[in-house]
Ligand binder design. Sequence first.
Ligand code: UDP
Length: 253
Amino acid sequence: MARRKKIYEGKAKVLYEGLEPGTLVQYFKDDATAFNAEKKAVIDGKGVLNNRLSEFFMTGLANIGIPTHFIKRLNMREQLIRQVEIIPLEVIVRNVAAGSMAKRLGLEEGAPLPRPIVEFSYKDDSLGDPLVPEEYIIAFGWASQQDLDDIISLALRVNDWMSGVMFGVGIKLVDFKIEIGRVWDNEFPRLLLADEISPDSCRLWDIETGQKLDKDVFRQDLGDLADAYTEVAKRLGVMPSNVTHATKPTLIN
Ligand code: UDP
């Protein structure tokens, strides 16, 4: 079989050319990185969990009319997606102060915000993904004012749906990051939800105990990351039956 053409390799995923034009295969790796890749580890089973969880979120969002790049899951680690032009922004939605916002404004982690807040970072690892005002985005041509209005309303719809779904399984959606892609249907540009939605890109706290069930478990050495993601997957009913998180072979006598 011919080797697939690799289009891009990031920190947690690899993109390969899909069979049909305009499609890609998104492969979820087990690699975990934090603090702009200063901290790295391989977490057995993380890629399988994120593939399933991202499928679950993207499918649910598509069901309420959010356009996404997701086409179908292909296997344990791969999904077929539409090829998009990624807008070089991290779109962050926050419900509760945490992470960089808490630090920047001197807010206590966990302080509720007056309303959901959408903010943008410029996607550039070498610069540490700096926060950028809308003025920069428009002036530098990364997106138009109309795109930004559409992105904000899309991000807030994602937030409403995700918050409700997570609340239903006893989890608070503190914040999350999404990425937006552009596709061209004939001459007309359309925006799609792209990349992934998984506990790598969200903050998820157990409502009862406050336990963290997201990548902060890795960032802050709070325990086993795959256990935390498995808990999220189990609560949402998307736990793959044959995920092997303990992957060591066992000797059969
Ligand atoms: N986030 C992400 N990728 C990034 C930066 C942030 O997925 O490169 C997510 C992060 O997991 C959190 C939210 O976006 O759910 C807000 O992150 P924040 O700005 O607080 O940055 P952090 O504290 O993660 O550096």
